[in-house]
Design a binder for this molecule. Structure first.
Ligand SMILES: *[C@@H]1O[C@H](CO)[C@@H](O)[C@H](O)[C@H]1NC(C)=O
Ligand SMILES: *[C@@H]1O[C@H](CO)[C@@H](O)[C@H](O)[C@H]1NC(C)=O
Ligand SMILES: *[C@@H]1O[C@H](CO)[C@@H](O)[C@H](O)[C@H]1NC(C)=O
Ligand SMILES: *[C@@H]1O[C@H](CO)[C@@H](O)[C@H](O)[C@H]1NC(C)=O
Ligand SMILES: *[C@@H]1O[C@H](CO)[C@@H](O)[C@H](O)[C@H]1NC(C)=O
Ligand SMILES: *[C@@H]1O[C@H](CO)[C@@H](O)[C@H](O)[C@H]1NC(C)=O
Length: 374
């Protein structure tokens, strides 16, 4: 009987390792700690994930294993602050910390990205004496002989016409609708918020699935629900071939050996075979790598913020993951051991990839997690 166990064990490990090899579209992570960005469909890391793991136009590069870079064809490289797969948003910033300079020459042609909101801004170059006292100039564009200002108010721009020179007037992507003329706002330093409409994975993501291309030659997308299957259709094909060419003959062979052995030893036959098949049929848990499973995550306490927005535990008024301030009625989730809280959406995504608290790096102990989830 020992021979059958060994045979099954061997096949089982062979099977698992081949599945790993076939799975190329797993999530990549660029960066460490609270700055890490998970990269998966429609994005792909050039050089690390094959072309069919991403959608055309969504190439990213991971620079020195810590900074995610998006190349905008007519405007150069931008660093990626954050990608929100649920809302299909990407936040970009300028490596040189002078976003206004990049906005003066910003062109999204040839990319799948658009901004939800645009605003016309006029950039003016004024004598430093004029602006010192009254207006906020853009420091990184100004020098000792000229101060650069930007305004969304054409009236204000025209009133400055006599003393200042207009550099240019252009449509600039902004993060929200501008309701009133803001004078010379200081807000062009904020990250660029962009979104994309194709591929539309928002429904799939909202249902807990993962998007992927149907095949490496089409642009059609499909929604996958099984963990780890990702967007690799190649993977699925290899998987099927393995099933047909190895597992089926192996099981046939094993059954033959078992039947043969059955004649010699009737008593132990049933148990061994049933036990072994149960093992071979349950490879899923091995694929979930570092993160926590859904049951454990769901077992952590959820809090809906009241009007007072008072938080339990040692928590700030902003979510350390997305940096947005908490609003009343938002759902937060707290990690049981350290009592750190986050937007539920943010921390869930994190915990699926990483089993530690993003703030204090405590690992919720398995005992605690199991206890909570019972
Ligand atoms: C994305 O990467 C692929 C393969 O490396 C390349 O053929 C394609 O031109 C790249 N697209 C962009 C927009 O850089
Ligand atoms: C962006 O670049 C494309 C290609 O060079 C050009 O046709 C288009 O006019 C540019 N758009 C703006 C707003 O500059
Ligand atoms: C910006 O100005 C142009 C030309 O005056 C106009 O066509 C466009 O609608 C304006 N865009 C916004 C967002 O106001
Ligand atoms: C200051 O900046 C203006 C344009 O912004 C440029 O024309 C000028 O040469 C600069 N002066 C110095 C001293 O760098
Ligand atoms: C697409 O996948 C097939 C196998 O599934 C492979 O032979 C072919 O080279 C791939 N094509 C591209 C462009 O990657
Ligand atoms: C990320 O970590 C650095 C130091 O490790 C800290 O200064 C920064 O505030 C953290 N950011 C967030 C969003 O938690």
């Amino acid at each position: 009987m020992g021979t059958i166990d060994v045979l099954f064990l061997f096949l089982f490990f062979f099977f698992i390792s081949t599945m790993y090899a076939a799975e190329e579209c797993l999530i990549s992570i660029c960066g460490r700690g609270n700055k890490s960005i998970p990269i998966r469909f429609p994005f792909r890391l050039q050089g690390q994930q094959p072309q069919h793991c991403g959608y055309p136009g969504f190439n990213l590069t991971c620079y020195s294993q810590s900074i995610t870079v998006l190349e905008v064809p007519y405007s150069g490289d931008f660093f990626v602050r954050q990608i929100n797969y649920d809302t299909q948003e990407i936040l970009l910033y300028d490596p040189d910390n002078c976003l206004p300079r990049r906005l003066l020459n910003f062109n999204l042609s040839g990319t799948p990205f658009v901004s939800a909101f645009y605003q016309n801004y006029t950039f003016l170059s004024c004598p430093p004496s004029l602006t010192k006292s009254r207006f906020t100039s853009i420091d990184c564009l100004s020098n000792s002989t000229s101060s650069v200002l930007a305004t969304s108010s054409s009236g204000l721009a025209n009133s400055m016409f006599s003393s200042c020179e207009i550099i240019s007037t252009l449509e600039i992507p902004v993060s929200g609708p501008v309701q009133y003329d803001e004078g010379f706002p200081n807000n062009l330093d904020k990250d660029i918020h962009l979104t994309w409409f194709l591929p539309d994975c928002s429904i799939c993501e909202a249902q807990g699935g993962k998007c992927g291309l149907k095949s490496n030659t089409s642009r059609e997308i499909d929604c996958y629900y099984a963990p780890g299957k990702g967007s690799s259709n190649d993977g699925l094909q290899v998987f099927r071939i393995i099933c047909l060419s190895i597992v089926v003959p192996a099981i046939t062979c094993a059954v033959c050996i078992a039947c043969f052995a059955c004649f010699r030893d009737r008593n132990r036959h049933g148990n061994t075979q049933r036990g072994s098949i149960a093992v071979a049929a349950a490879p899923e848990p091995a694929i979930v790598a570092m993160g926590l499973d859904e049951t454990t995550i769901e077992s952590y306490q959820k809090v809906v913020l009241g009007e007072s927005r008072r938080l339990p535990g040692p928590n700030d008024t902003t979510c350390p993951i997305c940096l947005a301030e908490y609003c009343s009625k938002e759902t937060l989730r707290c990690i049981p051991e350290c009592k750190h809280c986050f937007h539920a959406d943010c921390i869930d995504e994190w915990l699926r990839l990483n089993g530690t608290c993003p703030v204090c790096r405590n690992t919720p102990s398995p005992a605690q997690a199991n206890l909570d989830s019972v």
